[in-house]
Design a protein around this ligand. Structure first.
Ligand code: K1U
Ligand code: ZN
Length: 174
């Protein structure tokens, strides 16, 4: 397994639409495992392939706490096949927008169809943080970041702060 580099805003690849995988073969399985290792190290609870520069419709998630047995979910080509009318609000973060959090409103419960790591079609019903996290990761496959759900004022505040922090990390040229 290998650690991958997580792209940060304003990398243009974060705004691209990812392509479906034909099947979950050894190469896609390897990507899923590398993404899980990268996510655990970050640490995070989810990761989408575009965040590591791979424009493929692949996401991984694990909501288990550090003191619990890992419960990794590997999904390729995830599709929402049902969403609740009821919404839920969660204070979301993103490994590509580090250290910024904001309340995002999304459907409270979902049903998702996907290919698992053995190329089997599966369906999963989710609510709570799992539903939020699946929707957050699926947004990445469409080039959408959680800040795109906020008002322009809140979004620009976060994005300006991220650009300022990035600038201050760059060496001053002579
Ligand atoms: O997609 C990502 O950037 C990962 C993101 C997932 C996510 C978090 C919160 C709501 C929806 C989706 C993260 O994992 S941010 C880090 C984080 O939430 C966390 C890190 C360590 C322990 C617990 C949570
Ligand atoms: Zn994210």
């Amino acid at each position: 397994m290998a650690l991958l580099n997580i792209l940060n805003y304003p990398d243009k690849r974060l705004h691209k639409i990812a392509k479906p995988v034909d099947k979950v073969d050894a190469e896609v399985r390897r990507l899923m495992d590398d993404m899980l290792e990268t996510m655990y190290k970050a640490p995070g609870i989810g990761l989408a392939a575009p965040q590591v520069g791979e424009l493929k419709r692949v996401i991984v998630i694990d909501l288990a706490r550090e003191d619990e047995k890992p419960q990794p979910l590997r999904m390729a080509n995830p599709e929402l096949i049902a969403v609740s009318d009821e919404d839920a609000v969660y204070n979301e973060g993103c490994l590509s927008l580090p250290e910024h959090y904001a309340d995002v409103t999304r459907p409270a419960a979902i049903k998702v169809r996907y290919l698992d790591h053995e190329n089997e079609i599966r369906e999963l019903e989710a609510d709570g943080l799992l539903a939020t996290c699946i929707q957050h990761e699926m947004d990445h496959l469409e080039g959408i970041l959680f800040v795109d759900h906020l008002t322009a004022l809140k979004r620009n505040m976060i994005l300006r702060k991220l650009l300022k922090a990035k600038k201050s990390q760059q060496p001053v040229s002579a």
